[in-house]
Unconditional design. Structure first.
Length: 117
C-alpha cells in the first residue's frame, strides 16, 4: 500500500518474490518482469532528464525514445490479472460484478429456506 500511496502504479524488475508480486496486483500495481539487460537500460533512461518511459498495459509494452528512435520491450501478464487492472477490480470489485447472481441466489434461498433468514 505504501508504494501505491506514493503514487507508483508500475514497477519494473527482473524478478519478484511471489508474495510481493501477488500483492502488487491486489493493490492495483502492475509488476513487470523484464530481462536484466532491459531493466538496466530502462534504469539509465529513467535517470536522464527529460526522458519518458511509457507502459502500455493493453498492448503489454514498455517503450521509450532514444536518439529519435522508439525502443519497445514486450512483457507478459496473465489475462485475468490484466482484466482486473484495466477495470480497477480488486477482490471486492470482482465479487460485486456478480451482484445480480448473488441477489438471485439469496432470493431463491429465502423462498426455499425462510427459517435461515
Amino acid at each position: 500500500w505504501a508504494i501505491l500511496d506514493f503514487g507508483i502504479r508500475c514497477i519494473i524488475a527482473e524478478s519478484y518474490a511471489d508474495i510481493f508480486y501477488n500483492n502488487c496486483f491486489k493493490n492495483g500495481i502492475l509488476p513487470i518482469m523484464l530481462p536484466k539487460e532491459q531493466v538496466a537500460r530502462l534504469g539509465k533512461v529513467a535517470e536522464a532528464e527529460d526522458n519518458e518511459i511509457t507502459v502500455d498495459l493493453v498492448n503489454q509494452t514498455v517503450s521509450y525514445t532514444q536518439n529519435s528512435e522508439l525502443k519497445t520491450y514486450n512483457f507478459t501478464i496473465d489475462s485475468f490479472r490484466k482484466h482486473c487492472l484495466l477495470n480497477g477490480l480488486d477482490d471486492i470489485g470482482l465479487t460485486l460484478e456478480k451482484a445480480a447472481n448473488i441477489n438471485a441466489y439469496e432470493t431463491e434461498q429465502k423462498t426455499k429456506t425462510p427459517w435461515l433468514f
